[in-house]
Design a protein around this ligand. Sequence first.
Ligand code: SF4
Length: 221
Amino acid sequence: MTGTGFVRVSRSPATRLAFLFSAPALTGWRFLVSAAEVRAEGRTCVMRRPDLVPDCGNCAALCCVATAFDASEDFAIDKPAGEACPHLGDDCRCTIHDELVARGFAGCAIYDCYGAGQRASANGLGTHFLALREVHELLWLLTEAAKLCPRADLRAELDAEIAILDAIEPAHDLELAARTRAAHALLRRVGDVLLSRPGARALAGGTSRGSALLRVRCRRS
Ligand code: SF4
């Protein structure tokens, strides 16, 4: 995961809504906002909030230590949470970065910490990296939802939730759990609004929900 930067999903803007509507609620949002970062020629480019973009050069390889993998088509080995990957070098860089897929670590190539890694590294929050990643992923989803939502009242709710999450302490598990539930509920409401737009369901029906993003199986310990 170190040195990989973040994944850009190359899909046309026309498929952004389709991915939202063709996948389960929150998975759909992940597809949607990934697709919103398309940088391909002649396509829409919606930049992620800068602090939600991974900066592997300023991270102590937290994802290569904190996350757990199950041996699968995406990870060549089992690795428990909290144990450094055997491919992690002393300089906190991946020693097989240029051949991740060939070596059976495609999951690393698409992993995204949403900027939690550099924030945790800079603030001595390494033990809270996974909680912070959850916060940052929600912030990513909410900020992108705010760009797409046509209703001012819902955009105000999204902005309020973003402000709360920006201030949350990742160590407070109970508070994080409550905020996660609130954010998910709000995202579903925004999704319902988008789904109710003319033609949205038809657009969704013609699109596959498959994506490599689904295959990332990092989990909290
Ligand atoms: S193979 Fe290991 S060191 Fe390399 S990116 Fe994946 S987890 Fe990190």
